[in-house]
Design a protein around this ligand. Structure first.
Ligand SMILES: [Zn+2]
Length: 238
């Protein structure tokens, strides 16, 4: 006979296990499935990271803004977009920005087979390296989603896995001021916790309207410079 309290205990245990899995797989700063680079311990450092490009509708303008302010940023590129926009990928590299792998087609890796995971990560690196001619050392899983095999494969391929600690939800259309506000709150929080800031932004996949993120970048840079902060790339924290 099964007593109701033991059924309840199993249900609670299963609920916790599922909760722990989601935390480990999807919480951007969780380290439970293996090491993920977030930021260093110096609150004066920040990294601007842009995902999903290259995007002809936003990346060229973003490159202008970064060049104007002489800021080096990090771009996590999607392999198939690099194949379609090789010239733009080369421009990012030529401007001196750090380039990372954001997989070949941007799937949720936490739900894919080990073979697909390997294909996506290896394919992403190959597509980028073919075009820019340099070695890729950084990897960001789409949506930050991972499971142990994702981190293991990335490491075997010579990649440090990088997530973030400031999120702006800029994949949803919103005014630049709203993106800036989220960054300001995140910087304040990180300063209070004595850690650097790794800011997730999006120049977006092919033709997505990401100009609010580009405009927000102007203000984020001005704020950071006024506060005497230093721009780094996640390579500084590996
Ligand atoms: Zn992405």
């Amino acid at each position: 006979m099964t007593r109701p309290e033991s059924v309840a205990a199993v249900a609670v245990g299963a609920g916790l296990a599922v909760g722990a899995w989601f935390y480990a797989a999807l919480y951007p700063t969780s380290q439970l499935f293996g090491r993920v680079v977030i930021a260093g311990e110096d609150p004066g450092e920040l990294a601007l990271t842009y995902d999903d490009g290259p995007n002809p509708a936003a990346t060229p303008r973003l490159l202008e803004v970064l060049a104007k302010h002489e800021v080096r940023a990090t771009f996590f590129l999607i392999g198939e977009s690099v194949r379609r926009q090789p010239g733009l990928a080369r421009e990012i590299a030529a401007a001196g920005h750090a380039i990372g792998n954001h997989t070949m087609t941007h799937p949720w890796l936490s739900y894919r087979s080990a073979a697909r995971i390997r294909g996506e990560i290896a394919g992403g690196s190959a597509a980028i390296e073919d075009v820019i001619g340099g070695e890729v050392r950084l990897f960001r899983p789409p949506h930050g989603a991972r499971r142990p095999v994702v981190l293991r494969v990335a490491e075997e391929l010579g990649l440090a896995t990088v997530n973030w600690n400031i999120i702006t939800h800029d994949w949803r259309v919103q005014p630049p001021e709203s993106i800036v506000e989220k960054v300001r709150n995140g910087l304040r929080r990180n300063r209070a916790h004595g850690r650097g800031s790794n800011i997730l932004l999006h120049d977006g996949a092919m033709d997505q309207p990401r100009m609010p993120s580009v405009r927000a970048t102007e203000t984020i840079i001005a704020d950071a410079k006024a506060a005497g902060m230093r721009f780094v790339t996640p390579e500084a924290w590996v």
